[in-house]
Design a protein around this ligand. Structure first.
Ligand SMILES: Cc1ncc(COP(=O)(O)O)c(C=O)c1O
Length: 378
């Protein structure tokens, strides 16, 4: 048996929605992007959501929208995907790496406070695996220090934390619809905020500086009631080609309908893993999963026998990964590295296991069986 690590759950409904866009022959930035933006804003419970081609673009535009002075610093976890910290470098700012909380592997609030200095202008918490950072501690402290807060929500989809949706605790939230995520558009992302002013330039920034809906412009090409300037736009801002398109949004509209069901399936798989490995002496869940409260994009374990377990699972056809090599250990970020002992020490133990909503019971039982077998042979 071969068990995949991640897999998007796609079907005929997504294809039918794509077909509608084919029939209209409008597959670029269009009305479906707007519709998904509205539905996503509703889903998360936020005033504004803007569709982009990735969370990487969302993180970049989030940092850019504050127009920070170059050379200032942003606090970011070492235990995250490159995109979180790349957004800082894109804008000529300096990443200050914060260590992980031992239990949750999210930003450690004490280390955050230790790493702060007066040149810091923002903090970028990442809800690692989907497990929330202690936002009730982070937000009042960030306010006191006048720091902007950009939440990287790539591993979650609007779970409530202490009654408030993740992605709405900070000034701006960034979501990912890349193919491994809780829902997908192939590649895609959303930037959200309750402060619409903050995102006022994002529509222009995602579309090479043009703050006009081009599909609406196209409707006026032949409109005799319009003046001869239907084509006019003014460039006031440096933009990028970061927009979501209607093909991606077609997939997203269907995926969003399926999301509660897909999330429930993931949660039930995680529950099975947790019960299934509870007798293991050397293999423990990577974070304190609480599937009754939160949704999780990844399931992982910690073990002192990382390499041996990876090789054993490989020999049984079970795919694994490691999320992540701490950024402080990556050559690109070494010039900015500071002490992140927990992240670097725990990374040595971390293995990501198969988790997606199409995993069968048989596959989950098979993985659990082999985790137990490996553990019992030690
Ligand atoms: C924590 C985190 N942030 C940001 C991203 C970037 O997401 P995207 O692939 O949509 O750009 C990822 C993707 O894996 C991620 O895991």
């Amino acid at each position: 048996m071969n068990v995949r690590l991640f897999k998007p759950s796609l079907g005929i409904d997504e294809l039918k929605e794509i077909e509608k866009s084919f029939k209209k022959s409008w597959i670029g930035l269009g009305p479906k992007v707007s519709l998904l933006e509205e539905k996503w804003a509703d889903f998360v419970g936020v005033k504004t959501a803007i569709g982009l081609n990735s969370a990487t673009a969302a993180l970049h535009l989030a940092v850019k929208s504050f127009n920070f002075e170059r050379g200032k610093k942003i606090l970011v976890p070492s235990m995250t995907f490159s995109a979180t910290a790349c957004a800082i470098l894109y804008e000529g700012l300096i990443p200050v790496f914060v260590d992980s909380n031992f239990d949750t592997l999210g930003m450690d609030i004490n280390d955050l406070k230790n790493k702060y200095d007066k040149d810091c202008v923002a903090v970028m918490p990442v809800h690692f695996c989907g497990h929330p950072v202690e936002m009730e501690k982070l937000i009042p402290w960030a306010k006191e220090k006048n720091l902007k807060v950009i939440e990287d929500c790539a591993h979650t989809t609007g779970s409530l934390y202490k009654g408030k949706a993740l992605g709405t605790w900070g000034d701006i939230g960034c979501f990912s619809f890349e193919e491994k995520k809780l829902m997908t558009t192939g590649d895609g992302g959303m930037i959200v905020s309750n402060n619409s002013k903050l995102l006022k330039d994002v529509k222009a920034m995602r579309w090479v500086g043009i703050d006009k809906d081009n599909w609406k412009t196209a409707q006026s090409y032949l409109d005799v009631n319009k003046d001869a300037y239907h084509w006019f736009y003014e460039l006031n801002i440096l933009g990028y080609k970061y927009n979501m398109n209607d093909l991606a949004a077609s997939i997203g509209l269907v995926q969003l309908k399926k999301l509660p069901e897909m999330n429930a399936k993931r949660s039930s798989i995680i529950d099975k893993y947790i019960v299934g490995i509870k007798e293991c002496k050397t293999i423990k869940p990577i974070v304190p999963y609480d599937t009754g409260k939160y949704v999780y994009q990844m399931f992982g374990v910690r073990t002192k026998n990382k390499e041996d377990l990876i090789l054993y699972l490989k020999s049984k056809g079970i795919a694994t990964g490691c999320h992540y090599t701490p950024l402080t250990m990556q050559p690109l970020f070494k010039p900015y590295a500071s002490k992140c002992n927990i992240a670097e020490q725990e990374y040595e133990k971390m293995i990501t296991l198969p988790l997606h909503s199409d995993l069968t019971n048989e596959e989950v039982e098979y993985v659990i069986h082999h985790l137990n077998k490996f553990d019992s042979q030690l």
